[in-house]
Design a protein around this ligand. Structure first.
Ligand SMILES: Cc1cc2nc3c(=O)[nH]c(=O)nc-3n(C[C@H](O)[C@H](O)[C@H](O)COP(=O)(O)OP(=O)(O)OC[C@H]3O[C@@H](n4cnc5c(N)ncnc54)[C@H](O)[C@@H]3O)c2cc1C
Length: 266
């Protein structure tokens, strides 16, 4: 039960959102799949709630320069039905658990801003070289995904900022792969790997294995090379009730290799 009264705003555009956030102490609701339960259980007790559902921030568009802008409130279902411009994100959306409720309500921006180490979108954004477009009453700035995720459940976003969109440098093309390791169909992933072929080799982003997603560039899918590169970046593995750090250290290169295998076959 939500015990504290709060002011509720559901602005009709981005300007209304940034105005409502200007005080700096509001909680944003994207799809609400994480933050509403947090409010119900008293883990978050905001005085102001800003609901993005009417702000017109959903959908994928391609700019004249070829970049793909994914609106922050784009849901997993929208990625599945119209995600041709972002096939890796669509691939990730296809494996999200929780049924239609989560797929229809959960958003790209909510996943990124919650920054749960086990969430799947952050590592995919890192592999894609995405930029996070943050808006506030002070203006708009963009932060590279590599700099956005600062720790478990923490990001570079300031309290008065909304993530308006993520910007992908170009459609990720046919060469990408994704793999995740879970204990059961409905559990959080223990490790994920998203890979995208770039000019210098494969950009492989590991999720679930550390507080923040980790990026390695892999020139060839040679297992010894992959193991060495993963070991180089995975210095502080994440540990939780699903698996300890040693287990994650052992499975991370295997998950990376499986993503690369899928990528090389694509
Ligand atoms: C049953 C269940 C199954 C799930 N399965 C998966 C899964 O398989 N894979 C996976 O990765 N995740 C999973 N999740 C986690 C989660 O629901 C999703 O990842 C979802 O995308 C979160 O988005 P949301 O819009 O609902 O976030 P919300 O709950 O609305 O928000 C989450 C956080 O981000 C903030 N926020 C939201 N949008 C913005 C924005 N645009 N700008 C700034 N801050 C914002 C909120 O204030 C809050 O702190 C699951 C959750 C549940 C309950």
């Amino acid at each position: 039960m939500i015990t504290r009264d709060f002011a509720y705003h559901a602005p009709a555009d981005l300007g209304g959102v940034t105005a409502a956030l200007a005080g700096g102490d509001a909680v944003i609701v994207g799809g609400g799949t994480m933050v509403v339960p947090d409010m119900t259980h008293g883990r978050t007790t905001p005085g102001v709630v800003v609901d993005l559902s009417r702000a017109g921030l959903a959908g994928l568009t391609q700019t004249a320069g070829g970049e793909v802008v994914v609106g922050a409130t784009t849901t997993y279902t929208q990625l599945l039905r119209g995600g041709e411009l972002a096939p890796l994100l669509r691939r990730v959306a296809g494996g999200v658990t929780g049924g239609p409720q989560i797929r229809n309500k959960g958003t790209v921006g909510g996943s990124a801003c919650y920054a749960n180490p086990s969430s799947e979108i952050p590592a995919a954004l890192l592999a894609l070289g995405a930029r996070m477009r943050l808006a506030s009453a002070r203006g708009v700035r963009e932060v590279a995904a590599a700099d956005f995720f600062t720790g478990a459940f923490t990001t570079e976003r300031r309290p008065d900022e909304v993530l308006a969109a993520v910007v992908l440098p170009s459609p990720d093309g046919p060469a990408f792969g994704y793999h995740k390791l879970k204990l059961s169909e409905s559990s959080w992933p223990i490790a994920t790997a998203a890979c995208v072929r770039g000019p210098g080799g494969w950009r492989v982003a590991l999720g679930g294995v550390a507080a923040t997603p980790l990026l390695v560039t892999i020139e060839s899918a040679d297992p010894r090379h992959v193991r060495a590169e993963v070991a180089r970046v995975l210095t502080e593995p994440w540990s939780d009730v699903l698996a300890d750090g040693d287990y994650r250290r052992r499975v991370a290169p295997v998950v990376a290799l499986r993503a690369l295998k899928e990528g090389e076959a694509s």
